[in-house]
Write a protein that binds this ligand. Sequence first.
Ligand code: MG
Length: 243
Amino acid sequence: MSRNTSSTAKTLLFWISILFLGVMFWKLVSSNGTGSANGTSQPHTSDWALILLNAAPLILLVGFCLFLMRQMQRGRTGFASTGSLAARTGMGYDLHRLEYGRKLIVGGIELPFDKGPVGHSDGDVLAHAMCDALLGAAGLGDIGTHFPDTDSKWEGANSLLFLEHAKKLLDEKHLAIEHVDAVVITEKPKLGPHFPKMRDALARALGVSPDHIHLKAKTNEGVDAIGRGEAIAAYVVATLSQR
Ligand code: MG
């Protein structure tokens, strides 16, 4: 059952329940009110007590239905009733060709290797993908929006500057970085031993604890340009919260 169908079914069930409870309550009041000993249509005090006693489970059911309705309302918005987003997620991706004689910088750290990325800036795929994930989660476009490769100002730039700028933009929107999860795909060199330094560098740029950043590495098993050692790529997912 799709989410929309499920929501419609819940709504229908809710209103059928309300209708059913209303009819039951009306019948209960009618039967107690017309069955009094003096033949009038007004119930005695003892009749009212009986009505309230019988109605207690119904009142509980109505309360439950109201609770259910509130939960459904929250489900439709996906977030709490404050009207603001409690959490946002963004994803980023980047790929750079690798050529001999260039510095290989990943996560703000220069790695010993005979190839490096071709790019306008330092070609740090991890920092670039991370920047896109953060900007995407904040609804602020992508890295090209803020740092166009047509601007000579960013030629050879340290990509950690992009992350620092993204962090300022997040602060302006009162968005906090909850978690960043990343995977870097390259055939060589091995990245795992460098992760602690990368996490420290990235965390400093983002003004968060390294605990907020998780890094993983993959090879492409010799498949395609990455597998042949001709390129390096990164995927990043970032989660933000509204402060
Ligand atoms: Mg890039």
